[in-house]
Design a protein around this ligand. Structure first.
Ligand code: FMN
Ligand code: MN
Length: 512
């Protein structure tokens, strides 16, 4: 296929570790997910204004949701394509992006993610002439980003959003660290794009540091990008750390960068669409609202800094990556986000040193993994569950937004909602087992509080759904199968006339 045929001189040998992922760029990853039956190509001409997002939303309501590649967009003079639902609710596409086995259970994927997310591999620089992103280069009068078939997602959105499934590079002027963040960007004019970066985000801290020196802030943004750079761009790492090194670690090989035309920042060499530009202090434009991951319109329209676009790089027939923000499971922030956030909660609890923690899950249906965290533990001493609840509630990975923190025993799998409901309904006595934390770290995007000014302060409920420790010895036995009987039934499964394999069990009856 022509679109997968671009070959660069030095791209055959994966450098770095032997765990390198089986793709080089977005196109190779698309080929991989297509071979796995995880891609749907839409050849009918689709309007990027509300129709593309409507299709993405509706496809995302069903259980198996493929990534969607829109080949033909109305009024497109650029031969552009749009990829939506890149990762979404699919654990398989996440696995294919980071080189894990798509058949792993969610709990095993979280455990594997902890390993690969702790690796760091620094990026490498390749020659401009070898960078696929330089197939097309536009400067000066030739730049007109309003010609791109950029989506408008929801009826109440403030405009067309070129940047949703994006990444943005900024540099800390003091340390030189390059940050990668996913920040929404609304098209304003041929060479003007407004960017919303909320307080405390590293892109915003970098911008303020440059302005503090009286200089404009250089920006590089990619609007068609591979899934790993997109995923790490949307995770919070230490302000001093570059997400480029984390992306290298996840891929098992370095991110490839190349020199830009105008700014001193590098650009991602294998991206589909990249802009270079400057943020000038005081140059603002009205931005927002945008339908958000909460399933509501978030911030009101407000003036936000504008990127003055100095250069556009793209591949021929570039693929824009567009992230629909909506209620789960139609939201781009889905399985991958839940897995990564859960991995980081477990990392935090391990660092603190609390014993007995088995597993954790931040289910994506809870406002894209932000609303709830469930942790399982093997209770070892009085107050153990209360300790795990309090530490989970305020550990860096879980503190933001999370309203519901639930502790369950080791026989309950936090990734299985049916089991969690069972524990809540049989081991939790609300008058004894609920505690509240008030004035906690939250966000203006949580619509549940009034007046809206109160919203940055949240509250949390700690729910102990473990067996009551005081009565743990006399607590009734759960009805479980005897292991020998289970093994026998499993071995004879097809003799009974059932197809496939017997369901997996990992807890069994023990004689008291
Ligand atoms: C699709 C998507 C859109 C996002 N939009 C924004 C945004 O407009 N502004 C913002 O501050 N954060 C946004 N985020 C969250 C940030 O990407 C996230 O907080 C990330 O940690 C920011 O990087 P930083 O920690 O290096 O600042 C978005 C995340 C995703 C996945
Ligand atoms: Mn960062």
């Amino acid at each position: 296929m022509e679109e997968f045929a671009f070959v660069r001189h030095n791209r055959d040998q994966p450098s770095g570790s032997s765990h390198a992922v089986a793709w080089r760029d977005l196109r190779e990853w698309i080929a991989l997910v297509e071979a796995a039956g995880e891609l749907k190509r839409i050849t009918a001409t689709v309007d990027p204004i509300e129709e593309l997002s409507a299709i993405t939303f509706l496809v995302g309501r069903t259980a198996e949701t493929p990534a969607l590649l829109f080949d033909s967009l109305a009024d497109d003079r650029f031969g552009m394509r749009v990829l939506s639902n890149m990762l979404g609710a699919s654990k398989a596409r996440y696995a294919l992006a980071v080189g894990l086995d798509p058949a792993l259970s969610t709990a095993d994927m979280i455990a594997q993610t902890r390993k690969i997310m702790s690796r760091r591999i620094a990026p490498v620089h390749i020659d401009k002439r070898d960078a696929p992103v330089n197939e097309v280069l536009l400067r000066g009068e030739d730049i007109d980003v309003t010609r791109f078939p950029t989506p408008k997602f929801w009826p109440g959105d403030g405009g067309r959003y070129i940047g949703t499934g994006d990444i943005t590079f900024t540099r800390d002027p003091a340390s030189g660290r390059i940050n990668v963040g996913v920040y929404r960007q609304m098209t304003q004019g041929p060479a003007r794009i407004a960017m919303y970066c909320s307080p405390g985000k590293h892109g915003r801290l970098d911008r303020e540091a440059w302005w503090g020196r009286g200089e404009p802030c250089e920006v590089v943004a990619a609007y068609g990008i591979d899934p790993v750079l997109f995923m790490v761009g949307a995770q919070t790492f230490a302000a001093s750390e570059s997400e480029l090194d984390v992306a290298g670690g996840l891929m098992g090989r370095p991110v490839e960068l190349t020199a830009a035309e105008y700014v001193s920042l590098p650009i991602p060499a294998n991206a589909e669409i990249v802009i270079e530009g400057l943020l000038h202090q005081g140059d603002n434009a009205e931005e927002g609202p945008l339908g958000e991951f909460t399933g509501y319109y978030g911030n009101v329209r407000s003036p936000q800094p504008v990127i003055e676009v100095k250069a556009v790089h793209c591949r021929r027939n570039p693929i824009m990556t567009a992230a629909l923000m909506a209620r789960y499971p139609s939201c781009e922030i889905g399985a991958y986000y839940a897995i990564m956030r859960s991995a980081r909660i477990l990392d935090d609890l391990e660092r603190i040193g609390v014993p007995g923690v088995i597993a954790a899950y931040a289910h994506p249906a809870a406002a894209s993994g932000w609303g709830m965290a469930i942790v399982s533990l093997r209770q070892q001493y009085p107050g153990h569950a209360a300790q795990v609840l309090a530490l989970t509630a305020q550990c860096p990975a879980a503190a933001y937004y999370t309203k519901w923190i639930i502790a369950v025993d080791e026989d309950v799998d936090p990734t299985d909602f049916d089991q969690v409901m069972w524990a809540l309904s049989t081991r939790c006595n609300p008058s004894e087992d609920l505690d509240l934390l008030r004035n906690t770290w939250s966000t203006g995007l949580d619509p549940s509080q009034y007046p809206p000014e109160a919203r940055p302060y949240g509250s949390k409920v700690l729910i102990n759904a473990c067996k009551p420790h005081r009565h743990i010895k006399e607590f009734p036995q759960a009805t479980l199968l005897r292991r020998e009987i289970y093994e026998r039934v499993k071995a004879r499964w097809t003799d009974y006339g059932f197809s496939g394999e017997a369901p997996r069990l990992n807890v069994f009856h023990e004689d008291k």
